[in-house]
Design a protein around this ligand. Structure first.
Ligand code: SIN
Length: 265
């Protein structure tokens, strides 16, 4: 992965990402420039979203997001800490969310934990009961921008007290992929989401039903990390979450995001 790819290899990886949704490679040791160069095989990069501290974690390579619980000189070197990260899609609170993410394990806890799980949202949509498919056809929801998946408020955002006033991008509940034409549920993150045009109670009930369906074990797989792993996931076709791990252990992951293209309703 540290070497340039041929156009044929690049196309094969991109097609695999469309089809398989999560790609796993073991035993890599990528420097930040190598991680950036590998990620660019999938397209242009998106900078990370705002974090709770208001400054990029990786000042030398700001296109890299650092996911870590490590504190150095009294400051976190990365985001999300050691707790659970709840089900979400990355940065779906922007109008054109990233197509993919690349996550490289630089240090992982020796005693395990911190597994990352993915739920296939194409399979979830295909398995929806017909009446629910009809109910959500053409409906759109707001994806909250205020909190990260560890529940922390991002710098510059206020607490949401009424989901009807949530700040973030509005996306169709069902997303048609511009590359494959396949339909996926597109839910973003549950907290403070709101389905436009519904009463708040109706929206809450519909979202609860969709989230309970979308995150079932039958649509999911969990990755047990090894040092040096690189995962690439199709951010528009899966939701992901992360298990907690021992807060006294060190876990350092570097992540890039690949820009998406305009969503088709
Ligand atoms: C994330 O939610 O992007 C972090 C995943 C992880 O820490 O494994």
């Amino acid at each position: 992965m540290s070497k340039p790819l041929s156009p044929g290899e690049r196309d094969a990886l991109s097609e695999a990402l469309d089809r398989q949704l999560v790609l796993v490679a073991h035993g890599q040791k990528l420097s930040d420039p190598e991680l950036i160069a590998f990620s660019r095989n999938f397209g242009e990069l998106d900078p990370p979203g705002p974090n709770p501290y208001g400054v990029p974690f990786n000042k030398e390579f700001p296109e890299i997001n650092v996911i870590s619980n490590v504190i150095e000189n009294g400051k976190p070197i990365g985001g999300l800490g050691a707790g659970e990260a709840i089900w979400h899609g990355d940065m779906t609170y922007i109008d054109v969310p990233p197509r993919a993410a690349v996550l490289h394990a630089l240090e992982i806890p020796a005693n395990g934990g911190g597994n990352t799980c993915f739920a296939d949202q194409y399979a979830a949509y295909a398995a929806l009961p017909e009446d629910l498919k009809k109910r959500i056809d053409g409906k759109r929801a707001v994806h909250d921008a205020s909190r990260n998946s560890a529940g922390q408020l991002r710098k510059g955002y206020d607490e949401v007290t009424d989901p009807r006033e949530t700040k973030g991008a509005v996306h169709p509940l069902v997303r048609t992929d511009e590359r494959t034409g396949r339909k996926a549920l597109f839910l973003g993150r549950r907290k403070d989401s709101y389905v436009l045009g519904l009463d708040l109670a109706e929206s809450e009930a519909l979202l609860d039903a969709l989230w309970a369906h979308a995150t079932q074990a039958r649509f999911a797989m969990c990755h047990v990390w090894r040092m040096g792993d690189v995962l690439v996931w199709n951010n528009l076709g899966v939701l992901h979450r992360r298990d907690p791990f021992d807060e006294n252990a060190r876990r350092i992951m570097h992540r890039t995001q690949i820009k998406g293209v305009e969503t088709i309703a």
